[in-house]
Design a protein around this ligand. Sequence first.
Ligand code: AMP
Ligand code: TRP
Length: 348
Amino acid sequence: MSDMATPTHRTRVFSGVQPSGGLTLGNYLGALKRFVEAQERGTETLYCIVDLHAITVWQEPAKLRHATRELAAGFMAAGIDPARSILFNQSQVSAHAEMGWAFNCVARMGWLNRMTQFKDKAGKNRENASVGLFAYPNLMAADILTYHATHVPVGEDQKQHLELTRDIAIKFNHDYAVDFFPVVEPVIEGVATRVMSLRDGTKKMSKSDPSDMSRINLTDDADTIAQKFRKARTDPEPLPDAPEGLEGRAEARNLVNIYAALADCTPEAVLDAYGGQGFGAFKPALADLAVAKLAPINAEMARLMDDPAEIDRMLGEGADRAAALAHPILEAMFEIMGMVRSRPRTPR
Ligand code: AMP
Ligand code: TRP
């Protein structure tokens, strides 16, 4: 990880995942696996299930509740230890929404108008998109800055939002003549920062893709995983001997990167082993590797989901710890802005 953003702020890692639909292999490799690595390095880590973000598009309440618990189970099954990381859902810590409002007043319309994710998600029907979908990056900035987080591991698709977070921190510090918010470092590293669709190597693997064959879900069983890799789109050429040979072969590159990320090795090492071989040999090996890595996560998720009350208890406890960290920072921000804060101060 790179050096701390500002010398006065110590390293604190924060990231969030939306509880909308299930987790994909893209989420696992681009986010969860790297969250676990940060935890294992002994860094202070906070991971948030961003339910307030999810409702920027319509969520059936029962499904949202289920998806929140399932995501919590996914985090833990992937290796997040609620004793060492703070794992919680966003709506239980009111500081996010409060700071998000303040940032609605810091960020400029022009900044948000440039956000490509809004354009993608709102599509042609912009007039009918929720205001929340438009303002969403401000809330994301609040998620991060209400903890004075310094490092944010995310996939490539979140880069623009992190730049906006930096812009908000800089403008706030400038407008109020303070050095209050750290300027955040994105942590977009590794071979799996953008896992692509199995049907189209130019599109990212996404839980919102209409085709289930385009993605591996963490809840897929072994047969489904094998079948999806077998049917994954590829070209007729054998694998090259070195990564340069993957140029212009998006689908082949994607499968090699997925293998490398799952095996914790480099694409070079994968091609050392499989260069010259066809997909007839590579795909089953990839499927076996994926099943070996994902099956235990899958089983552990199912086990945890048998006791939703325990998941809820754990999320509540995480939220208490998160609120204790967020509260003084939120209060300090409101003080800086000139709000009268005269109630007894207890974290909410
Ligand atoms: P989301 O599911 O959109 O809330 O994303 C949660 C995290 O997973 C974010 O850090 C994303 O950048 C990451 N992510 C989502 N899809 C992919 C993908 N296809 N490849 C790599 N990372 C991804
Ligand atoms: N916007 C992120 C996504 O869609 C999720 C997210 C919300 C997030 N708040 C965050 C990620 C704060 C990192 C930090 O994937």
